[in-house]
Design a protein around this ligand. Sequence first.
Ligand SMILES: O=C(CO)[C@H](O)[C@H](O)COP(=O)(O)O
Length: 254
Amino acid sequence: MSQLPGIEGAKQLAAYTAVDKHILPHHKIIGIGSGSTVPYVVERIMQQGTELNKGRTFIPTGFQSKELIIEARLNLGDVDQYLTIDVTIDGADEVDAQLNCIKGGGACHLREKVLAEAAKSFIIVADYRKNGKYLGENFAHGVPIEVVPFAYAKVLQNLRSVLGSPNASLRMAKAKAGPVVTDNANFVIDAPFSRDLIKDPSSLLTKIKLLTGVVEVGLFCNIAQAAYFGNQDGSVTIKRVEGAKVIEESIAAS
Ligand SMILES: O=C(CO)[C@H](O)[C@H](O)COP(=O)(O)O
């Protein structure tokens, strides 16, 4: 299905397959996530045709996806107008066996979580590198935590000395002197945790969220209904919730 080589091909494959399965003609309000996989989601949605898309509204998770929606000439909305979204499709930095995710590599996880929770179905698209058994297995940068700027030093201290993340650090900008500033004018801390501390991500999420000054945590627990991973051989691995279980299946390369 994908004509692109390597990792880009894997991202495109995941995105195209997820759109084909989850963005159906009757879906009118659609959440668009952030990152480098999501442009392929928008590409595939556009391939569904102008006629279908003119009756739809697309809600972005941040500046990047807003630009994608505008450039594609799709109808733009916001989550304060549409409290219920039919489907949100987004990327992830890592997904575990239970479909818990680390998100926020692009510092958009506050809006991403609002749109994920507002959606009747929240679907992840990623390349094979993000498909793990437990969180922190491959993604070593840590859990992204959005904080209000004036509280960042205190949150850092608490993460290091109370919650057991000695290497927690303020995310610094690459082409600007100073910290990364989110779309909500906040800072981001990246907090790596040992396997022992992250093995119950819901409990860790609660502890981090209770620190005063924390706005949102990039741990998405029990929110995703399915994750699509494009593989190097052109196949797609799908993990999806069925009842109380997560089922894993594969679509062979076409
Ligand atoms: O959470 C995110 C942004 O905050 C992204 O969805 C995540 O970083 C994955 O991005 P990519 O598709 O580039 O791997």
